[in-house]
Design a protein around this ligand. Structure first.
Ligand SMILES: Nc1ncnc2c1ncn2[C@@H]1O[C@H](COP(=O)(O)OP(=O)(O)O)[C@@H](O)[C@H]1O
Ligand SMILES: O=C(CO)[C@@H](O)[C@H](O)COP(=O)(O)O
Length: 465
């Protein structure tokens, strides 16, 4: 049996799956946690990856491997390939002022959206680079190359220390803010604008099924990919499908052929991993919202789910606005969450749990609406990520989204998408290898627009500070 490996270096952990290259059946897997925080030395990811590979029984026997990872993280390397400073992650909001300044520098949102398909927010690499130029100019001066988490891990797996050998792929490059998913080209002038004239090397953009390099044991290294593109690849998402991922972030995305143009900047024009577009809206507040409310109620995640399901829809008027870490969609990096509509009658643990689940799902329905506004048809939701393990989320989701919700069996879909890309380097075919789809359950429920309307009233009261 020919084996391939897929890696997901996500916000919270490293995950590895080893699969049969022909069918996609997982034969071994492993994971290891990352340290918390929004600023991390990439070596910590490397250490966790080595641990996860060990748990998975090693990858010396695989014919190909690809790395998927959290998007946008800023990794700066010097001339010798050494890391200049800790990576700033997608959920680090210190660069929000830099994002606003960059929009102004280009004369407003139109030029950004027309050139790159997105509007700078704190999450994107371009904003982090402007922050670096303004707050740590000596580190900006030392930066000879800029790359992303998946680029760096792939390069390390290749054994190279030469920044000339860095590569990336279209899906992750499209999240930088200096690349266009519509044209497939870097915009060097935007990189220079961010870094106030400095022009470090960027990784070359490898093709979707290219063998970009080899590991020490001779396995092919694929182009790699951003985590959301990897999930879409694993799930074989097509027209009418909207993938909702409840990881650390909440992500709503849809694969298609048309690049979006959202001048409000909520729908980002990312690329997928096959040559198509991946319009995407991302929140800062995903599954950890559930854990935070459960923690506050003093219950575990199972009891939390049971509590939420024991309360009526709308939680008797309670709405939880889940902007616990500030928010990106809508762009309110310094706001905080809120519990609205409390009365002497409705303030029960069950209602609070229900409001937590509904608030999280409503925040994602808000994102799905933005995708629909771009003319994209949503006929069903495919729900993945750690948060999909919650029975309450699965059961309440169709009433909030107003369409069927398909939940594939729990699994590491980002790592699986990376493995599928690795298998694609072996076939070299026009389309990725046809792997059998995961078993899935479909959840349906009557739409509950009143719950969403109640949430929207509450979220309108939540403002930045
Ligand atoms: N049964 C569950 N109910 C609610 N949340 C869960 C459950 N299982 C896992 N999670 C949450 O899922 C998150 C991890 O999901 P994951 O998709 O691996 O995140 P990431 O890709 O960002 O590292 C954690 O915040 C965890 O609390
Ligand atoms: O910023 C984005 C997408 O724009 C996030 O989706 C990150 O890519 C992190 O993903 P998770 O670790 O939450 O899965």
């Amino acid at each position: 049996m020919t084996l391939v490996a897929g890696i997901d270096s996500s916000t919270q952990s490293s995950k590895v799956v080893v699969c049969d290259a022909e069918t996609g059946t997982i034969v071994r897997s492993g994971s290891a946690p990352h340290p918390p925080g929004t600023e991390i030395h990439p070596d910590r990811w490397w250490d966790a990856l080595q641990e996860a590979i060990g748990v998975a029984g090693g990858i010396d026997d695989v014919a190909a491997v690809s790395v998927g990872a959290q998007q946008h993280g800023m990794i700066c390397l010097d001339e010798t390939g050494a890391v200049v400073r800790d990576a700033l992650l997608w959920n680090d909001t210190r660069s929000d002022g830099a994002a606003t300044a960059l929009i102004d520098d280009l004369g407003g949102p139109t030029a950004w959206v027309d050139e790159t398909g997105l509007l700078p927010v704190a999450s994107f690499t371009v904003s982090k680079l402007r922050w670096l130029a303004d707050h740590e100019p000596e580190n900006a001066d030392r930066t000879a190359a800029v790359c992303l988490p998946h680029d760096w891990l792939g390069w390390r797996l290749s054994g190279s220390a030469d920044i000339e050998n860095l590569w990336t792929d279209r899906s992750d490059a499209s999240g930088t803010g200096y690349f266009s998913a519509a044209t497939g080209e870097y915009h060097d002038r935007l990189l220079q604008l961010a870094l106030r004239g400095r022009s470090p090397r960027l990784p070359r953009v490898a093709a979707p099924h290219e063998t970009a390099a080899h590991t020490a044991t001779g396995a092919r290294l694929g182009a790699g990919l951003g985590d959301n593109a990897a999930a879409a690849l694993a799930l074989g998402a097509g027209p009418g499908d909207c993938v909702v991922s409840l990881g650390t972030s909440g992500v709503v995305s849809a694969v298609g052929d048309r690049a979006p143009a959202d001048y409000d900047g909520l729908v980002a024009g990312f690329a997928d991993a096959t040559g198509r577009q991946l319009p995407l809206v991302c929140t800062l507040n995903g599954a950890p919202v559930l854990a935070a409310v459960a923690h506050m109620l003093g219950v575990d995640l199972k009891a939390f789910s049971d509590l939420a399901l024991s309360a009526p829809p709308g939680a008797e008027g309670l709405s939880l606005v889940p902007y616990l870490e500030g928010e990106r969609s809508p762009n309110l990096p310094h706001t905080r969450g809120a519990l609205h509509g409390m009365s002497g009658v409705n303030l029960t643990t069950a209602n609070i749990a229900r409001a937590g689940v509904e608030g999280l799902l409503c925040s994602l329905q808000y994102c799905a609406d933005r995708i629909v506004e771009q003319g994209i048809d949503i006929r069903r939701i495919i729900l993945v990520g750690g948060g999909a393990r919650s029975a309450a989320v699965r059961q309440i989701a169709p009433s909030i989204f107003g369409c069927p919700v398909v939940v594939p069996e729990p699994g590491e879909y980002v790592a699986l998408g990376a493995a599928r890309q690795a298998a694609w380097t072996l076939t070299g075919t026009e389309e990725p290898p046809a792997w059998s789809a995961a078993a899935e359950n479909t959840y349906e429920a009557d739409p509950a627009p009143a719950v969403y309307a109640q949430y929207r009233e509450a979220s309108a009261l939540t403002v930045g500070r």
